[in-house]
Ligand binder design. Sequence first.
Ligand code: AMP
Length: 304
Amino acid sequence: MPQEILVVGSTALDSIETAHGRVQEVLGGSAFYFAAAAARYAPVLVVGVVGEDFPRASLEPLRELGVSLDGLENVPGRTFRWGGRYHDDLIGRDTLFTELGVFQEFRPRIPAAARRRPVLFLANIQPSLQLDVLDQMEAPALVVTDTMNLWIDMALPDLVRVIARSHILIVNDEEARQITGRRALLPAMRALQAMGPRTVVVKKGEHGALMGHGERLFAAPALPLEQVVDPTGAGDTFAGGFVGSLAADGRVDDETLRRAVIRGSALASFSVEAFSLDRLLAVTPGQLAERLARFTDLTSYSLT
Ligand code: AMP
């Protein structure tokens, strides 16, 4: 039986421009990307907030995947909005705006039954809200945390407290350097582990991911793709596959962590093939299995 996951994070409307076009006010937010990926492996409950302007019908595909939205509050005010424009290399991006809207006043209320969920994912959102959620939980067996540069700049002391209470931290390479002040990745990872989490996963975009678990290291490539349309949410999708896989395995050790990195990477490779959650929501079990097999093939070799 997979363990049940609780995710708290942004639930948003995104406006995105890439070399392949632009979309406005589409489904986005770290918690939704995460849930769409994690639900492939384990039950997920989303805690977040949207305003009265939010198109609720856009959540139907998430429900069909089995995601529970019972913790998604609907309040007066404007939904969180984020706008971003990607550089032509589809790696660099500029944030055009971040409107917290209803997240400004939000106090997450974890439903009583959900406080005992064994797996908690603190998706990207204000670190003060991540702390608030941690305080409401009843000793989750696994706490996994994500963040972004905005919060490293604006709320580092709170973020450090969140990291200290996390078992696993997922960041990208730039964030790892920004938090620790170390340029080289390995010392940055070791410094992050020294802040609390036994396991640190550093995402490196098209160059894959590097994981430190205790003393051990594991490197996974990103699947080379014919076309990247919109990288938004790739990190949250990775986290969803990663945490979902750990919840399905029901234990955290070197073997399950490595499998989780590959499953996260496979789901992230779908996410970037279309805008918003469009491709991610449409992935069939067969397509996922085929992509996982490509990962195995991509990295297997013989030294004899
Ligand atoms: P990523 O591409 O992994 O950084 O995630 C992009 C998603 O994060 C988008 O769908 C945004 O709605 C959401 N997002 C952007 N900025 C923030 C922020 N400061 N806090 C929380 N979520 C954000």
